[in-house]
Design a protein around this ligand. Structure first.
Ligand code: ZN
Length: 148
């Protein structure tokens, strides 16, 4: 199953060369984890027996760019920016492009949040029954890089 961004430039089925019925996909701006996302992913793992969860961030992510730019976001967009702020804060301490750093960190934080979440996902990870990976899709090249 894939947790990825709502960005129209990403289509997990095309990126991973999969057809209808192959992937369980959850999307939101910034590929963030909240209770509704957790419920969907737990369903995919418990009932559909998905063995692999990939959190797929991407280059030039608008949500991450807005969070890096800072300032006041209107309406509920501010919830997305706030949820990305830990990744943005960590990215600012690293050299290089802050948006790309934050994209990578945000995907890894979401993957860690899933892998450690109790009771369902964390226990399955510890038992070696599922894996959670973070990855970054490059919208310019079409390449997926799995993040260490
Ligand atoms: Zn995005």
């Amino acid at each position: 199953m894939i947790l990825t961004c709502a960005d129209s430039r990403l289509s997990p089925e095309i990126i991973f060369d999969q057809g209808i019925g192959d992937l369980f996909v959850v999307r939101n701006a910034g590929n963030l984890v909240d209770d509704l996302v957790l419920g969907s992913i737990e369903y995919a793992v418990e009932h559909l027996h998905a063995p692999l969860i990939v959190v797929l961030g991407h280059t030039k992510c608008g949500a991450v760019s807005a969070a890096v730019a800072g300032g006041e976001a209107p309406g509920h967009i501010k919830n997305i920016v706030a949820s990305l702020s830990p990744a943005v804060d960590m990215a600012k301490k690293k050299p290089g492009d802050q948006v790309d750093n934050a994209v990578r960190i945000a995907a890894k934080l979401s993957a860690a949040a899933l892998a450690q979440n109790e009771p369902i996902l964390g226990e399955l990870v510890k038992a070696g029954k599922i894996k959670v990976l973070a990855a970054r899709y490059d919208i310019a090249t079409g390449q997926v890089e799995f993040l260490p």
